[in-house]
Design a protein around this ligand. Structure first.
Ligand code: E4P
Length: 220
């Protein structure tokens, strides 16, 4: 399973990319709005840092506008994936853009039928939002399970990108279900590095080693 970071923040990207676990980035208008930067230059910098797929979302709501904006976003860098919302216009725009060879991430997916329609029009990724479903007492991961099951019956070439991730538990479940990608806030990836037994174990190893060195030095 690929790990993307769900962020528009350069510091978070710069901290996590060198670890070698980051395959790509997803942004959205809310995330980019937090950064005080010219959006095109900012997206270009993100692409340079990650050297993998970077989802950049259109803000037009009509199909024609989405296609125009999508082409402009894709011109920023070869790593840009055009993100469109799942609406009738988004589906129409996805069909046009995918037909022109662009990679499209259909976002704001909340049902298996939406995912199926996005796949039919050539989406490279569909993004089910698990956390936002959990927020309204609907099991988000159940949606991922259904989409993965459905896609296994066909040969769409559309990847399931688990989005709106809130905790490492979502990541574990996504991997068990065979999702292609999980996009996580930096805090979730940071949390995945932490285990108290790792810290305690390392401290003990180093202490024992230091003690042995001291004993050796004392012997002369
Ligand atoms: C995905 O591409 C979206 O940017 C994101 O995962 C939305 O997550 P949120 O529900 O935490 O805003």
């Amino acid at each position: 399973m690929q790990f993307f970071i769900d962020t528009g923040n350069l510091k978070e990207i710069e901290a996590l990319v060198p670890l070698g676990i980051v395959d790509g980035i997803t942004t959205n208008p809310s995330l980019l709005a937090k950064e005080v930067a010219e959006p095109r230059a900012h997206l270009k910098r993100i692409c340079e840092l990650v050297q993998g797929p970077v989802s950049a979302e259109v803000v037009a709501t009509d199909a024609e506008g989405m296609v125009r904006e999508g082409r402009e976003l894709a011109a920023i860098d070869e790593h840009i994936v055009i993100k469109v919302p799942f609406t009738k216009d988004g589906v129409k725009a996805c069909r046009t853009l995918a037909g022109e060879g662009y990679r499209v991430n259909v976002t704001l997916v909340f049902s298996p039928t939406q995912a199926l329609m996005a796949a039919k029009v050539g989406a490279a990724y569909v993004s089910p939002f698990v956390g936002r479903l959990d927020d309204i007492a609907t099991p988000g991961m159940r949606l991922v399970e259904e989409i993965v099951d459905i896609f296994e019956n066909y040969e769409f070439g559309t990847q399931v990108l688990v989005a709106s991730v809130r905790s490492p538990t979502h990541v574990v479940e996504a991997a068990r279900m065979g999702a292609d990608v999980c996009t996580c806030p930096a805090a979730v990836l940071e949390a995945m590095f932490k285990h108290p037994l790792t810290d305690i174990g390392l401290e003990r190893f180093l202490k024992d080693w230091a003690k042995a060195q001291e004993a050796l030095a004392a012997k002369g």
